[in-house]
Write a protein that binds this ligand. Structure first.
Ligand code: ATP
Ligand code: ZN
Length: 289
């Protein structure tokens, strides 16, 4: 009997995205054992294997059909994915947040993108930067480096830089000031053009479910019928709540709702103020839309 091919998911081997990516797959129910070479995690309970590779290689592995799904920063996808190859972003993952920004030596005057005209900009993201400069109508010279971009101005290799920033401490340590964001980035789930198998779809919807459930709460309360509309409007990020009659109480109903946003004490106090009683807030463990 022909076996269904195993789904292959590419994850960064060792870096900022590794822990969150593997943890997310585990939360989706995947258990695995790590191969002796530490490059493949063999799924034990699903036909799914995880390949551990450099993040920069993931777009090409997907384009070549070696892997079906992959997790990389949006910055890497936009820099490395060949638009012709059909690798698509399936989901934003809500971790690995950072921004690709222009930074100039501290104290240098800045008058918007026009200040970049005719200057040398060091970056490891020549494609994203080049497209952005075109959009801005700026002519500048892009100096492509493979790393240590932040020291390029001090070494005289460039006038300004375009690099990834999260806290800004690396910039500060190198006497640079962030002046403009070129791209807001976070980790993204990428899908290869051929990723149509049942398991690919299943993993995408499980990951989507895990992400949606984070921070979601299940709220139960009793509400006077007269205040239903007001109470419904107070429930943060909930779609149609479920209403149920309460035995022996004509003027009250039970309201159950999944709230996709944080439920603060203030919200509960407002619900109480609107007439809600017996308010319970529960965590949600799994969700499948
Ligand atoms: P690899 O060895 O896999 O090529 P790397 O050095 O390119 O690793 P990391 O520094 O681990 O990559 O960053 C991986 C991703 O994490 C980045 O592409 C980016 O999307 C995200 N990220 C979040 N914060 C930052 C930050 N402050 N600096 C760099 N990347 C960040
Ligand atoms: Zn990399």
């Amino acid at each position: 009997m022909e076996q269904e091919p195993r789904l292959k998911i590419a994850v960064q081997k060792s870096g900022r995205l590794t822990e969150n990516s593997l943890h997310l797959l585990e939360t989706c129910g995947l258990t695995y054992s790590r191969g002796r070479d530490q490059l493949i995690c063999f799924g034990e309970n699903m036909p799914v294997d995880v390949l551990l590779v450099r993040d920069d290689d993931i777009p090409q592995l997907l384009a070549e059909g070696v892997c079906d799904l992959g997790i990389v920063g949006l910055n890497v996808h936009l820099e490395k994915s060949d638009p012709e190859a059909g690798v698509r972003k399936a989901l934003d993952m809500d971790f690995g947040r950072c921004r690709l920004s222009i930074a100039v030596p501290r104290g240098e005057p800045w008058n918007g993108p026009a200040s970049l005209s005719g200057r040398r900009i060091a970056t490891t993201y020549p494609n994203i930067l080049g497209r952005w400069l075109d959009e801005q109508g700026i002519e500048a010279s892009v100096v492509t480096l493979s790393g240590a971009v932040e020291i390029a101005p001090r070494l005289g290799r460039a006038d300004v830089i375009c690099d990834l920033v999260s806290t800004g401490s690396t910039l500060a340590a190198n006497d640079l000031e962030e002046t403009m964001v070129v791209l807001e980035s976070q980790a993204a789930l990428l899908a290869a053009p051929q990723a149509h198998s049942a398991w690919a779809q299943r993993m995408i919807s499980r990951i989507e479910g895990v992400l949606r459930v984070r921070g979601s709460k299940y709220i139960m309360l009793h509400a006077p019928r007269a205040a239903l509309e007001e109470i419904r409007d107070l429930l943060p990020g909930s779609e149609a709540p479920t209403l149920m009659p309460l035995e022996g109480l004509e003027d009250k109903v039970a309201v159950h709702a999944v709230c996709s946003e944080t439920v603060f004490w203030e919200t509960l106090e407002s619900l109480k103020g609107a007439g809600a009683t017996s308010i319970l807030v529960l965590p949600v463990e799994k969700m499948l839309a």
